[in-house]
Design a protein around this ligand. Structure first.
Ligand SMILES: [Zn+2]
Length: 264
């Protein structure tokens, strides 16, 4: 397991910038977004991050749970594409190869991908990592892009994917996330945040991940897995994005979520 940050920009020797100091702030017990309409393009959100710049402005395009329908997408261009897992449905390597080829056709300068519970072949056969050549693949590890420290994990709490089956195992994993993480990408949502169908009392998020997010306060947390939780919401310190694009009909029903991050 790698818990430090790698580098794809040549900036690795620069000191990592730190988010503004953490203070203990109460956050609501649960958070849900308003629903967004059918996809006609990207949904744009502006986000200002208050730490010294490496790049002045970064456009982040967030998608998740494309389940082999990636070629049906028309994605907005951007500096950084994030896919939060479940790019396959049945774990077939041919679909992974096609996903990787599709990634290579996209114009985004940087692409960061994590597997989801449907992509468990990456756990079953670690050699599959070599199939993703057109993006940075994160499996419980980090990378620095444009001065943004990103950490990603495919682990979910309800599917025993990637071997972290107990609460204690997940707590230990999330304790290894570096404190200076700006963007957290997990396949599953944290408990109580965009983790249920609107109106349902059944929440599917992970309580250990929720505790980690409250402790770390990343500026951005991107996830998917609970398709019905698609949308955005925020606390004072963290913007949460459930970027799951597949809907009940098993078609692409939601639009990519686009963030313009201004670094001050
Ligand atoms: Zn999914």
């Amino acid at each position: 397991m790698i818990t430090g940050f790698g580098d794809v920009t040549g900036d690795a020797k620069k000191p990592f910038v730190s988010p503004v100091p953490t203070r203990n702030r109460p956050i609501p017990k649960t958070i849900d977004s308003t629903r967004h309409g059918p996809a006609t393009g990207g949904m744009l959100i502006s986000l200002i991050l208050t730490f010294p710049p490496v790049c002045r402005r970064v456009r982040v395009v967030c998608i998740s749970d494309t389940h082999e329908l990636h070629r049906e997408l028309t994605l907005p261009d951007g500096d950084l594409l994030i896919h939060a897992g479940d790019f396959t449905f049945w774990n077939h390597t041919a679909k992974i190869e096609d996903f990787n080829a599709w990634l290579g056709e996209l114009p985004h300068r940087y692409k960061v991908v994590i597997p989801g519970n449907h992509d468990r072949v990456f756990k079953q056969d670690p050699r599959c990592r070599a199939m993703i050549t057109n993006a940075v693949l994160l499996i419980n590890e980090g990378v620095t892009v444009c001065g943004l420290n990103i950490w990603g994990s495919p682990v979910t709490c309800d599917d025993a994917a990637y071997g972290y089956t107990t609460r204690e195992e997940r707590a230990r994993l999330y304790a290894s996330i570096p404190k200076d993480t700006h963007i957290l990408i997990t396949h599953g949502p944290p408990y109580g945040i965009l983790d249920r169908e609107p109106g349902s009392i059944h929440r599917e998020g992970c309580t250990e991940l929720r505790l980690a997010v409250m402790r770390l306060c990343p500026r951005l947390h991107v996830f998917g897995h609970v398709h019905a939780g698609y949308g955005t919401c925020h606390t004072e310190r963290t913007l949460f994005v459930n970027a799951a694009l597949l809907g009940w009909t098993c078609d692409i029903e939601n639009m990519p979520i686009v963030l313009d991050i201004t670094l001050q």
